[in-house]
Structures are given as C-alpha cells and as structure tokens.
Design a protein around this ligand. Structure first.
Ligand SMILES: Nc1ncnc2c1ncn2[C@@H]1O[C@H](COP(=O)(O)OP(=O)(O)OP(=O)(O)O)[C@@H](O)[C@H]1O
Ligand SMILES: [Mg+2]
Length: 280
C-alpha cells in the first residue's frame, strides 16, 4: 500500500477541514494556508546520493488548483523530487513548504500524508480481493477525520462521495467487481479514486499512464482534465502525447534542476529541451 492509505499514515493530529469540505467544485486547501501564495514551495533543494546530485538547487512553485506536468530525461530527479515532498528522502539543503506555514522538512512521512499530500506510485496498489466499491470505502475509512469504524454503516454523504468518485473514475458499472479482475488501467483509476477519497490537498502522480493502452491513456487524460482546477496535482510523465493532452504549465527537469518552464508549445520548442529530452 502507499503510505497515503495505510493506517499509520493517518495517525497524529487532526487538521481542520473534514469531510464536509469535500465537495468537488472548489480547490481543497482546508488546513493549508494558501491565502498569500502557493500550495507548494520548493526552494534551493539539493539531494546527494554518494556525492551525486540527484537534485541540485531545485526551485519550484505550485499554485493551489494547478495541474503541473513535470517532464525530463531518466535520472533528471523527478521521482526524487516527489520523495522529498512526501518526506521519503531528506534533502541536504533547501526549503520545502506546503502552503504558507507547513514546513515539510520538519515532518515525518506519515505526518505529511496526514497533512494532505497524497501520492500515486507507478504500480497500482489496490486490495485485489475486495470489490471496487469496498476499495473506495476502505480508502475513505483510513481517514480518521471520518468518524466511523471499518464495519459501521456508511452514512448517505459517504455513499454519495463513493458514487461520485466511481463516476469520476468511470467504474460505476464495475462497482461490485473484485479489483483483482480489473484491467491495469482500471486499477490505476481505482487507485486514483482511493487517493481522492482521502481528499488530498496536493496529489503527486508518478508516470500514471505507464503500461496503459492508448484508449486507457486517452481516458486518463480526460480524468485529469476533469480534476484540473478542482485539485492541486503534480504529474510526472514521459508519454508526450498524454502530456500534450493535459498540459497547462510544464516544467522540464534536467540534472536535478529546472531547465525550462512554461506552456507546452513554448517548452516543446525550447532548443535546450529538444537537446536533452524531446529530440532523443
Ligand atoms: N536511493 C538512491 N540511492 C542512490 N541513487 C539514487 C537513489 N534514488 C535516486 N538515485 C539516483 O538519482 C538520480 C535521479 O533519479 P530519479 O529516480 O529521481 O530520476 P527520474 O527523473 O525519476 O527518472 P525516471 O524518468 O527514469 O523515472 C538517478 O541518477 C538515480 O540513479
Ligand atoms: Mg522516476
């Protein structure tokens, strides 16, 4: 399981912003002060592995409600950046803030997950022996802000949230199916749905369409375009067709730093980006 949906991930202090703040239609930032600035602020972050700089003075700002795509060659530091944001890797230097006031570098991995940063790894991790519906239910119930035990009856608001999520991830007609029987793409959508059930204020997705069919990739682009503006998302992907379907602002990482940043067409035509990545 991802840290974000394990029981330990939800231990600790309750933060403001409960299930009632969950309605889709506004950007979820409750408990994170974004009134004067971004949802995520990385400044001068450096990470070394045995002297090799995986991140080299990385500076990056993500606004609330933004869908930011990060691209760049293998080894550019994209996953390492997500490891720093989620507390898995400690940087040697730099600053990392979630909203105005939450210093990520002072928090443990479970605390960061609990504060509202969700993460999707490449491999889908769903409960294969449970139905699609039960997976979403379980994801919701690992959130201690929802006052219910695992086997208590769902209230109507909880039902509505699961139904809305099923529709969003286009698995309404599969709700009663064992998750283990879903296609790879459907499992990926289910896991995204499980993350959404926990109402993350920032969601990190590392190569979400890897291994998907073309049709699944296209459907995933539609899903992300639906989430854009309502959620704050960082999406790392190599599939440039997918990237072009969802791109707003694109950041190009290279050798642990930002090489270029801007709209897709600008980044695509940047000679340095073509040289290190797109031209290959
Ligand atoms: N735990 C680690 N120990 C040693 N080196 C590491 C570790 N994690 C990452 N690296 C190295 O840091 C560099 C950046 O890796 P990272 O996984 O962040 O790249 P990436 O941009 O995600 O690449 P890809 O597109 O292939 O996923 C690579 O050279 C990698 O080998
Ligand atoms: Mg990676």
């Amino acid at each position: 399981m991802n840290a974000a949906v394990t029981a330990e991930a939800v231990e600790g202090q309750n933060l403001p912003g409960g299930a009632d703040a969950a309605a889709y239609g506004h950007v979820r930032t409750a408990g994170v002060d974004t009134s004067h600035g971004p949802i995520l602020y990385l400044d001068d972050i450096s990470v070394s592995f045995d002297g090799f700089k995986a991140l080299n003075k990385l500076t990056l700002t993500i606004e609330a409600g933004e869908l930011r795509v990060i691209i760049g060659p293998n080894g550019a530091g994209k996953t390492t950046m997500m490891d720093v944001i989620t507390g898995k890797t400690r940087p040697d230097a730099g600053t990392a803030f979630f909203g105005q006031t939450i210093d990520l570098l002072r928090m443990s991995e479970p605390q960061i997950a609990h504060a509202g940063i969700g993460r999707k790894f490449q491999k889908p991790t769903v409960f294969e022996n449970h139905t699609v519906f039960e997976n979403l239910e379980l994801a919701m119930k690992t959130d201690k802000r929802v006052k219910s035990t695992l086997w208590s009856k769902l209230d109507s608001a909880a039902w509505d949230r699961i139904a809305a999520t099923l529709e969003l991830i286009r698995l309404s007609n599969q709700f009663d199916r064992l998750a283990g029987l879903l296609s790879h793409g459907q499992k990926q959508w289910l896991e995204i749905g499980m993350l959404l059930m926990q109402e993350p204020k920032l969601l990190l997705l590392d190569e979400p369409v890897a291994g998907m069919t073309d049709a699944e990739t296209e459907r995933t682009a539609e899903l992300f375009n639906t989430l854009a503006g309502k959620h704050s998302l960082i999406v790392v992907e190599h599939d440039m067709d997918f990237v072009s379907r969802i791109a707003r602002t694109v950041t190009v990482l290279h050798e642990g730093s930002v090489l270029a940043e801007g709209p897709m067409d600008v980044v695509q035509n940047d000679a340095r980006v073509i040289e290190v990545y797109l031209g290959r």
